[in-house]
Design a protein around this ligand. Structure first.
Ligand SMILES: Nc1ncnc2c1ncn2[C@@H]1O[C@H](COP(=O)(O)OP(=O)(O)OP(=O)(O)O)[C@@H](O)[C@H]1O
Length: 449
């Protein structure tokens, strides 16, 4: 199988268009051609191109504006512009529109081939760098799982056990709950902690790029590129973290099953399988059973991954962790921003306990980062928090009337306890109220559960 690299040619002169199309097809590119802006936009909406080669002057518009529109349709598409004259102004205009390079008419095929190979090489390096950058950025980050709620401690205990067994793991949890953090810690607690940890997002596109990043590619398979080892081999006996595994296309899921079953991968364009030795940790924020039912996920991959599954609970189910997390994030962001913020007032913590945390720990982290930045004393106060946090969007009473203020506090306090323990009998016990009094309060205070 050859790695496909797709190019859209937009050229109105038929003879040039046809010969460019033939040339690029012969060179191994998956090329399509359009004679004008309208057709180019239609094609781009129907399928994904990696590179657009556009003439500047087109019958229904100009190539530079077209390139900008194509980049809106397919973010990340790269452009080569064909201009009639090699002037500095033309070159500057081309680069300003986001073009990677330009060609001057008459187009010399060798010149086009070289520029395209260079462009694709640049794209590969850019993507590879994204992976390395992600790894480097995290390396010295002082990863630590903060929180001592019972539910989090239980997950941590299981994680330590699977870490030691060097087993493959599936982490399931909503976005921002800490799946990647858990994956890194499992790697760190395991017997191969000094080996590499490589994270790959399975939503990476184009698909062929994802495939070569994972499974590797033989030399010459990708025009202009040498051999690529792919993450499974590069990680050696370390860990490959497959972020959002359900985004892996079905054909690649089959390849992954094979990789897990035989501990070997078949690089693109190669007839020889290569051995792999890494641990695989996959994550999903979606319900895998549902993905299988809807035909988007292979059940044999599911059974292979589901052996060791850890459910990372959403933050709303472990509100007890919030005060500790707040202290941790204040210390981290104060240090990075060189600020003297040391804590949050108890009113702030109370408010944070009533928010609904759809974005989980990441949202809390961002809220504290913002607060550390805005805070003008050593303590974070409610006004430093993002106004859109649910719960906080219920404004504090704008009155000195003690009764209204107490009623408001009573409502927030009961709401917080009910969020901590949704079982009303248990909540009533904590509040030192009878069950029927709790129901009465809920009704009187208009508590919406
Ligand atoms: N228990 C925790 N202690 C300290 N930091 C945490 C904790 N949980 C999450 N974080 C931090 O919150 C942020 C989001 O976590 P992470 O990226 O691991 O979540 P995720 O579940 O992988 O998210 P996504 O599904 O969106 O990729 C990170 O900065 C992470 O370090």
């Amino acid at each position: 199988m050859k790695y496909t690299r797709s190019v859209l040619i937009v050229e109105d002169e038929e003879i040039i268009r046809t010969s460019l199309l033939e040339f690029l097809t012969d060179e191994g590119y998956q090329a399509m051609a359009a004679p004008n802006v309208a057709t180019a936009l239609k094609l781009a909406r129907e399928r994904e191109f990696q590179v657009a080669v556009c003439d500047v002057q087109l019958p229904d518009g100009d190539g530079l504006a077209l390139l900008r529109k194509l980049q809106q349709i397919t973010p990340g598409v790269s452009g080569l512009i064909i201009t009639a004259y090699a002037t500095v102004e033309n070159a500057v205009e081309a680069f300003k529109s986001g073009a990677f390079d330009y060609l001057v008419k008459p187009v010399i095929f060798d010149d086009l081939a070289n520029k395209l190979a260079r462009l694709f090489q640049y794209r590969d390096l850019y993507l590879e760098n994204q992976i390395l950058r992600r790894e480097l950025a995290r390396r010295d980050d002082g990863d630590e799982i903060v929180g001592s709620s019972t539910i989090l401690r239980e997950v941590q205990d299981s994680a330590r056990k699977v870490a030691l067994a060097n087993a493959n793991v599936l982490l399931v949890g909503e976005s921002g709950t800490g799946k990647e953090l858990f994956a890194r810690m499992i790697h760190k607690w395991g017997p191969k902690k000094d080996e590499r940890f490589l994270a790959i997002h399975c939503g990476m596109r184009p698909i062929e790029m994802l495939e070569s990043q994972l499974f590797g590619a033989a030399a010459g398979t990708i025009p202009g590129s040498g051999e690529q080892s792919g993450a499974f081999r590069s990680a050696e006996s370390g860990t490959v973290y497959l972020d959002e595994i359900t985004l892996l296309p079905l054909a690649m899921q089959a390849k992954l099953v094979r990789a897990m079953e035989y501990s070997e991968v078949l690089p693109l364009g190669s007839a020889d399988a290569a051995k792999i030795h890494c641990r695989i940790i996959a994550s999903s924020s979606r319900d895998l059973a549902q993905e299988i039912a809807e035909g988007r996920f292979q059940d044999d991959l599911f059974y292979r991954l589901d052996g060791v599954k850890l459910l990372i609970p959403p933050l709303r189910d472990r509100l007890d962790d919030i005060p500790e997390l707040v202290d941790f994030f204040i210390a981290r962001h104060s240090k990075v921003m060189n600020r003297r913020v040391t804590s949050a007032t108890s009113e702030t913590i109370r408010l944070l306990l009533t928010a609904n945390w759809k974005g989980n720990v990441r949202q809390l982290d961002n809220a504290i980062q913002r607060a550390v930045m805005l805070c003008d004393s050593t303590q974070i106060t409610p006004k430093d928090l993002p106004p859109d946090l649910v719960g906080i969007s219920q404004p504090l009473p704008d009155t000195d009337d003690l009764r209204t203020a107490i009623r408001h506090y009573e409502k927030m306090h009961i709401l917080r306890v009910l969020k901590l323990c949704p079982d009303k009998r248990e909540a009533a016990k904590r509040l030192k109220l009878g069950l029927s009094s709790l129901y009465r309060k809920i009704e009187e205070l208009g508590i919406d559960l």
